[in-house]
Design a protein around this ligand. Structure first.
Ligand code: FAD
Length: 437
């Protein structure tokens, strides 16, 4: 491998390497008084800042590194307006009809919100809103996705069941039994989108500081005080939007979710003839396998995919190759171009895989809307949290709100998603063996 290629493989992510519009922001110096202080400059923090500043709320974002340094700058760029595990009927059974319907409505318009913000603020992030496709890898999975598409369609969503032939025409991949598409979903360049949200928030009056790690959040007589290496922010309300990257800030909060490391790769651009066979419409794909297979193209025709690993040393070198080989096999690409970028990031997975707010005290909330569906959900969560910053009581927000309940035996149980993956890979194989061809 050439020296240049090795450097690309070691970059923070493809998106950080190629995205336009990087603007340095100074660290916080001295004291600042605001209505709302936000810890974390990812989609959650930036969307909240944009929506809150748009309502005239005085807001400051404190980011430990640079904008989009966390999962926001390391994801795959799929905009997915539904839940990772539960369908609408499951959510109503889980949360009850009133809270369930509120959460379903919240997710329903989340992809439209993302693409509308991009248009409204003229964010240059290669958006493609042609749909998100979930192909079914087995007959049983196809039955499930038919129900899923039907439930979202009944709620007025642009959700359509796809037969075997339609999936093959849309994806260019053989072997899927069928699938469904939500036409409001799509793909984008996540770092460029986050930078656009940051610029729009600043234009609306928000203060954004980089290299300003918050070490302490303390309650005083006048509200909250957040301390950074060279300054402090005094605020009536505080949002912790650190997702899986905030472990040092709040040791209790970090025990309320499963931290999951996800790997991503991008190949060198595909030649025209192969490119035109796969995903001619430019949608994003995430199939029904438990060991999820995802793929999309970026604007330069690089093929992008991802995966999780079970355990073992050497994942950094092993995983990118394994994902690349898997793509070559499943997408029938004997001449797949070489790997050009490989990176990884941490995602916070809630025990029920649903977005959630955590109530940490009067005027102090943490927001988690990740679960692998973060672009649409965390953007939508930001709008909701701006309502909270404007005075709405937490119980009236559409997201479930809980006290910080640590997961019992978190030190061991935190590896549950990795353990479940090995069982999932086995079940995927058994499904395939039972499929009609
Ligand atoms: C590899 C990967 C692929 C993914 N793919 C997709 C996808 O295709 N589609 C999708 O919808 N979702 C995807 N997700 C999920 C999505 O990226 C996340 O849900 C989303 O980015 C979370 O945004 P956030 O703002 O909540 O957190 P983050 O983006 O993680 O931001 C947290 C920020 O907090 C900062 N921070 C931490 N501690 C402090 C502190 N003490 N002081 C100040 N700042 C601090 C961090 O530096 C970081 O920038 C993926 C996730 C990963 C990891």
């Amino acid at each position: 491998m050439s020296r240049e290629a090795v450097q690309e493989l070691q970059s923070l992510s493809l998106w950080h390497a190629v995205a336009r519009g990087r603007r340095d922001r100074a660290p916080l110096e001295g004291r600042l008084d605001v209505d709302l202080a936000i810890v974390g400059g990812g989609f959650a923090g930036l969307s909240t800042a944009l929506h809150a500043a748009g309502r005239g709320i005085c807001v400051a974002v404190l980011e430990a590194e640079i904008i989009a340094w966390g999962a926001t700058g390391r994801n795959a760029g799929f905009v997915v307006p539904n839940f990772a595990k539960m369908d609408p009927s499951d959510i109503i059974a889980h949360l009850g009809p009133e809270r369930g319907e509120r959460l379903i409505d919240f997710a329903s318009g989340s992809a439209e919100l993302v693409f509308d913000l991009i248009k409204r603020h003229k964010i240059d992030c290669d958006p493609v809103q042609k749909g998100w496709i979930q192909p079914a890898h087995s007959t049983a999975a196809f039955e499930k996705v038919k129900t899923r598409a039907g439930q979202w369609a009944m709620r007025g969503r642009p959700a359509v069941t796809l037969d075997r032939r339609s999936v093959q025409e849309l994806t260019g991949v053989r072997g899927y039994v069928g699938g469904w598409i939500d036409r409001s979903g799509g793909v984008l360049d996540p770092v460029a989108y986050a930078r656009g949200l940051a610029d729009a928030a600043e234009n609306a009056g928000a203060h954004i500081f980089e290299h300003s790690r918050v070490s302490v959040i303390e309650r005083g007589a006048q509200g909250w005080m957040l301390t950074t290496p060279s300054g402090s922010v005094h605020a009536g309300k505080v949002l912790i939007a650190t997702n899986a990257y905030g472990a040092e800030l709040d040791p209790v909060l970090k025990r309320t979710y499963f931290p999951l490391r996800i790997f991503q790769i991008a190949t060198a651009p595909l030649p025209g003839a192969i490119r035109s066979r796969l995903l001619p419409g430019g949608q994003g794909v995430g199939d029904t396998r438990r060991n999820l297979l995802t793929f999309r193209f970026d604007s330069e025709n690089r093929l992008i995919s991802g995966g999780m690993h079970i355990f073992g040393a050497g994942a950094d070198t092993r995983m990118p190759r394994a994902i690349w080989r898997r793509l070559a096999t499943h997408l029938e690409l004997p001449d797949i171009p070489p790997l050009q970028y490989a990176w990884s990031g941490m995602a916070a997975i809630e025990p029920d895989y649903l977005p959630r707010l955590v109530d940490l005290g009067p005027g102090l909330i943490a927001g988690f809307a990740c679960n692998g569906r973060g672009i649409a959900m965390t953007t939508a969560m930001g709008k909701v949290l701006a309502d909270w910053a404007g005075g709405k009581v937490p119980g009236d927000l559409p997201l479930p709100i809980t006290r910080p309940w640590p997961i019992p035996f978190h030190g061991v149980v935190r590896y549950a998603p990795n353990f479940m993956l090995s069982w999932g890979i086995l079940r995927d194989r058994l499904d395939r063996a039972g499929n009609p061809t």
